[in-house]
Design a protein around this ligand. Structure first.
Ligand SMILES: NC(=O)c1ccc[n+]([C@@H]2O[C@H](COP(=O)([O-])OP(=O)(O)OC[C@H]3O[C@@H](n4cnc5c(N)ncnc54)[C@H](OP(=O)(O)O)[C@@H]3O)[C@@H](O)[C@H]2O)c1
Length: 293
């Protein structure tokens, strides 16, 4: 066999492997949280009052899962609970007020733990995150500092404090919000990208380390939320599309871009990763940056 044939076989094997992985998800995938983690379990969501976090809460409510939200804005949280009760009045709902900007303060996570320790938490969604975008040397120190703190510290310590509760159960899950931006270099989104890569490596490492807990690193592309100025285009999915596709894959994969559009986008980016991606990525990022400023 010559070298071309060998390359052909390797490429075929790679696609065969991806195909088998997909078949596994299609056959065994199930978005129903209670079927996965038990009837009457709770889902705890951080940054729940808007965007993707709110999308998770709405889906949990539709499924009849009890929802505990960790949010900084009390009235926004109360309004969300009213909204969820209209979707489904049967589940229980709980609010924990916490501003993750202050999460370096002593006992911050212990206080949250004290409020939730008696709940049968089957699923933790570490969703809270912020975005600072701009030419690096012009960005504000405070914004960058907050971005690193809010995007990295809660995901580690919420997981650390809630994990003993999750491990007590037969099976449970953790979804951590990474991003497509955490997989490739992103000018103007430099620090954001780095924090999202942090989330991704942290989650995938725990998936190997911890037994009986399904860890999922969720790495979507653009999702229509305030973070991306509610943009709508071919590559932007709704929060519901993002959330249901993630729940479908939870337990069958350690990482996913979620919706099929973002998975195809990720596959294409991965195939051209390296030098070509280093050329394409700044062009896309510059375009996006100009559109939004
Ligand atoms: N949207 C996208 O295209 C996209 C793509 C990939 C990954 N992600 C990731 O998905 C996650 C959610 O993003 P999103 O687009 O849904 O953002 P979003 O619409 O801006 O919502 C962010 C949520 O986090 C809350 N939050 C922000 N700072 C907080 C703090 N200091 N303490 C407590 N809560 C705080 C907000 O609370 P308030 O309601 O009080 O403002 C809001 O509920 C983030 O981790 C983000 O990196 C987003």
């Amino acid at each position: 066999m010559d070298i071309i044939e060998w390359i052909g076989i390797i490429v075929l094997c790679y696609f065969g492997y991806l195909f088998i992985k997909e078949c596994k998800v299609i056959i065994f995938g199930n978005p129903n949280v209670q079927q996965k983690y038990g009837k009457g379990c709770w889902a705890l969501v951080t940054g729940a009052t808007d965007g993707i976090g709110k999308g998770f809460c709405q889906e949990f409510s539709r499924q009849g899962v009890n929802v505990c939200i960790v949010a900084r804005n009390k009235s926004k949280a109360e309004n969300l609970i009213e909204e969820l009760k209209k979707i489904n009045g049967k589940p229980q709902y709980k609010i924990v007020i916490a501003d993750f900007q202050n999460c370096l303060q002593e006992s911050f996570f212990q206080k949250i733990y004290q409020e939730v320790k008696d709940l049968d938490i089957g699923l933790l969604v570490n969703n809270v995150g912020v975005l600072t975008v701009g030419e690096f040397h012009k960005t504000s120190d405070v914004d960058q500092q907050n971005q690193i703190i809010i995007n990295c510290i809660p995901v580690v310590f919420m997981t650390k404090y809630i994990l003993p509760l999750l491990k007590k159960r037969q099976r449970s899950g953790v979804i951590n919000l990474s991003s497509l931006a955490g997989r490739f270099s992103n000018p103007y989104y430099q620090v954001y990208s780095a924090t999202k890569a942090f989330n991704d490596y942290f989650t995938r490492s725990l998936q190997i380390e911890v037994e009986n807990v399904d860890f999922l690193s969720l790495r979507p592309g653009f999702v229509q939320t305030a973070m991306v100025k509610n943009q709508t285009d071919l590559l932007t999915v709704s929060t519901q599309q993002c959330v249901t596709s993630a729940l479908f894959q939870l337990g069958n994969k350690e990482a996913t871009a979620g919706h099929i559009i973002h998975r195809i986008q990720t596959l294409i980016f991965t195939l051209v990763e390296g030098k070509l991606m280093d050329i394409i990525s700044p062009i896309i990022a510059k375009q996006l940056y100009k559109q939004k400023h």
